[in-house]
Design a protein around this ligand. Sequence first.
Ligand code: 5GP
Length: 223
Amino acid sequence: MPDSIALHSNPADTLHRRGLMFILSSPSGAGKTTIARMLLDSDPEIAMSVSVTTRHPRPGEQDGVDYHFVDQQTFERMVEESEFYEWATVFGHSYGTPKAQIRGGLKEGRDFLFDIDWQGTQQLYQKAQTDVARVFILPPSLVELNRRLTNRATDSGEVIAARMARAQAEISHWDGYDYVVINDDVDVCFEKVREILAAERMKRARQTGLIGFVRELMRGQIA
Ligand code: 5GP
């Protein structure tokens, strides 16, 4: 053990911390996927949570990257053995958030990003409250949301109308979140989301390396 610990950077950047489960939700078209991608591209300490599914891989999808692809029997065994934080059946296939990789990652100080709806958020929060930070992204107006959905040339008018109805239902759950950001300008919104993540990382309970640091600080052993 050295007599003094020399610190060249902000000590908070090098102390061990517990990771967190960062949830981003929004109605379709409010910009959640763009913000999620910007966050993943700019921050090596956060990774997307990889779900388990029984559906078959689509062309280009990789096992362990896009999903963990398993058969129905394996999925059912995982349900029985409580290996999921939450799981659901969507369009006839099963999907679940596996506990093991996340628990290990959180201990090592890695953060996980979840791109999930309000129901998934509620379930995750019930199972892992202190590890979760919930962010909801709102569109600036319904007119703007409609414009953004219409600009996705791939969808028909009917699909857009259905998405608008779903979006309004999703918006009504805004009060189940810790933070709400209005996405008027994507760069401004991204900065706000980054600030939220930075603040959540600084929470005392997550800075597990603080005890040792403060002990050394009090002994005057930090130069
Ligand atoms: P896809 O098969 O198109 O990748 O996903 C279909 C749906 O399953 C999407 O709405 C997606 O959000 C949902 N989904 C993906 N992973 C999970 C998961 O781990 N849990 C739940 N509840 N839904 C998921």
